[in-house]
Design a protein around this ligand. Structure first.
Ligand code: FAD
Length: 544
């Protein structure tokens, strides 16, 4: 199969990957891999918007404080300050590239409409109605198509990174990746002088998730296998409200509904949030998610209900046109009835550790966006800070690559073509589908919103067994995208469990019944697992 060579390889075509590709194309050739169609990414599903200091009433200090407060003591202050301060420039660049954020008439002036979301003390969320992500993807997609230096390869799944052998005690560099072309099942070698991981999150590790199918944590698993440190995987954010319907696999019902007065009810109509928090429906999102989880477990419910039908129908339709339309397509009319909702895995705060230039510990390997752990989110993500982080870090990684390749004349190491050895055709699909289902269900039941030592131990035992089975299956069979994903998913599941077991306290998004208190004296640091042949669990504190 024909190999590919370019200056830069970008694995992932969401906001982080596309911004990097667009800017890197100014000084080199770029190959972008997306494992499905190019518009299928977490970015495309973002409804709320992108947080950035924009109005004169707002300040960087205020955005920094809000972010640090949400992060429950674990944010890296330097990361927070850098990303917040770079925010307006990154947003201006999105606008320059064609993103049309919603505008309003304000005192006779035509201004960007700034939304306010939970945890933000100012209005600072730029949005495109409730379809912000789609609009950003449209604009970036157009910009990519207009640049001949960028080659998009859709339906190509990165399998493993090309890592040079270590020499003189120095870790081996990354020179690209092997990628599976889904239509032919052929594996191509994609060689590049620098590689960006921009593969997004791993929501698919849980039974219920707001994430699309691409979110199987491939970037984290690939980097871990290559030896990069992975951190804070115990902090998985659950969105309180995802539509509960078998066909609506991952449809999120924005928190803005609760912001506009929607009430959470049990099946008999009883509201319950007042019992959990004085702010009821406006409590922080992790408290709302935990309350719903607790009511569902207490009463053995499949879902609870969200009710905004007391508000004026025309207001609902205008404010939430997309949510209203999608709910109607599943047979629910927001304007007249409560809709069924469940909490769902939403955002991976942990990931591949990077510095503030997007560098991982592996030379020539960068990471940006949800796959990366810069220290911005700490133990909990502030709403709408993730698009911000992805846009800022995509740009910073380009600056860093440009600088380090300026005088680089090293020749790529030699890597063999992919050799399937004695692998046979994969004819036992049930093995993959069953493992996939089992991982997601056990993660949901034992490593979900509320954890305990016993549940985590039980989860780890089962995951290790599944991992052995999946790995031996992987080596004996010709690979396809399902097999690649399930192998990555079991690795990510293990990383989440190991990080969760290491943290003997409750903080931010991690809640353990056996250690319900936050213990600052011992736990003001990240849980870090270094990958490679000899994985080790350590901890690290960000520089102040
Ligand atoms: C429903 C929903 C609503 C959200 N709302 C908001 C919001 O309002 N504000 C906010 O800030 N954040 C929001 N988020 C989070 C935010 O959208 C994501 O964190 C962000 O878009 C991630 O961008 P990314 O570029 O890192 O990854 P993604 O946009 O997820 O892109 C990942 C890319 O990697 C590719 N990929 C993955 N694995 C491979 C592989 N092995 N080989 C090749 N390609 C691969 C995929 O095909 C895809 O192109 C929301 C998320 C969801 C799911």
């Amino acid at each position: 199969m024909e190999g590919i060579s370019s200056d830069f390889l970008v694995i992932g075509g969401g906001i982080a990957g596309l911004i990097f590709a667009i800017k890197a194309s100014e000084f080199g050739s770029v190959t972008v891999l997306t494992k499905a169609a190019s518009d299928e990414a977490n970015t495309a599903y973002a409804q709320g918007g992108i947080a950035s200091v924009w109005s004169v009433d707002d300040s960087f200090e205020s955005h920094v404080d809000d972010t640090l407060r949400a992060g429950a003591g674990l944010c890296n202050r330097a990361a927070v300050e850098t990303i917040v301060r770079d925010g307006p420039e990154a947003v201006r660049e999105l606008i320059a590239l064609g993103t049309r954020f919603t505008r309003v008439e304000e005192g006779g002036e035509d201004e960007y409409d700034l939304g306010r979301e939970g945890g933000h003390s100012h209005r600072r969320v730029l949005h495109a109605q409730d379809l912000t992500g789609r609009e950003i993807m449209r604009a970036l997609g157009d910009a990519v198509r207009a640049r001949p230096n960028i080659r998009m390869l859709e339906n190509h799944v990165a399998v493993n990174l090309l890592i040079e052998r270590a020499s003189n005690g120095r870790p081996g560099a990354c020179w690209g990746a092997y990628a599976l072309e889904k239509s032919s099942l052929a594996i191509r070698k994609v060689v590049a002088r620098a590689t960006l991981l921009a593969t997004g999150g791993a929501g698919k590790v849980y039974l219920y998730t707001t994430n699309p199918d691409i979110a199987s944590g491939d970037g984290v698993a690939m980097a871990y296998r290559a030896g990069a440190p992975i951190a804070n995987m115990e902090f998985y954010q659950f969105h309180p409200t995802c539509l509960y319907h078998p066909a609506a696999k991952s449809f999120l019902i924005s928190e803005a509904l609760r912001g506009e007065g929607a009430i959470l009810r049990l099946p008999d109509g009883t509201p319950f949030m007042k019992r959990y928090h004085a702010d009821a429906e406006l409590a922080p999102r992790d408290i709302v998610a935990r309350a719903i989880d607790s009511e569902m477990k207490r009463l053995g419910l499949d879902c609870v209900y969200l009710d905004i039908s007391h508000r004026d129908a025309s207001y609902i339709v205008n404010r939430f046109p997309n949510i209203h339309k999608r709910c109607l397509s599943y047979g629910f009319d927001l304007t007249v009835e409560p809709i069924p909702v469940v909490p769902a895995a939403h955002y991976m705060c942990g990931g591949v550790m990077t510095d503030l230039m997007g560098r991982t510990s592996i030379p020539r390997l960068y990471a940006a966006g949800e796959v990366a752990m810069t220290g911005l989110h700490g133990a909990n993500r502030l709403a709408s800070n993730s698009l911000l982080e992805a846009a800022v870090m995509g740009r910073r990684a380009v600056a860093s690559v440009r600088e380090s390749l300026r005088h680089d004349s090293a020749a790529p190491a030699e890597f063999p073509e992919w050799d399937p050895g004695q692998a046979i055709k994969n004819e036992q699909r049930v093995m993959i589908t069953h493992s996939w289902e089992e991982i997601r269900r056990l993660m949901w039941n034992y490593v979900g919103i509320v954890r305990s030592d016993r549940r985590l131990e039980r989860a780890l035992r089962r995951i290790q067994l599944l991992k052995e089975e999946i790995h031996s299956y992987y080596w004996d069979h010709l690979i396809d995208s399902d097999l690649i994903e399930v192998r990555n998913l079991v690795t990510v599941a293990e990383l989440v469990v190991r990080c969760a077991m290491a943290r003997k306290e409750s903080r931010g998004l991690h809640y353990n019944l056996d250690h319900p208190e936050r213990i600052d004296a011992h736990w003001m640091h990240n849980t870090v697992i270094s990958g490679g042949p000899a994985p080790a669990l350590t901890s690290a504190t960000h520089p102040a």
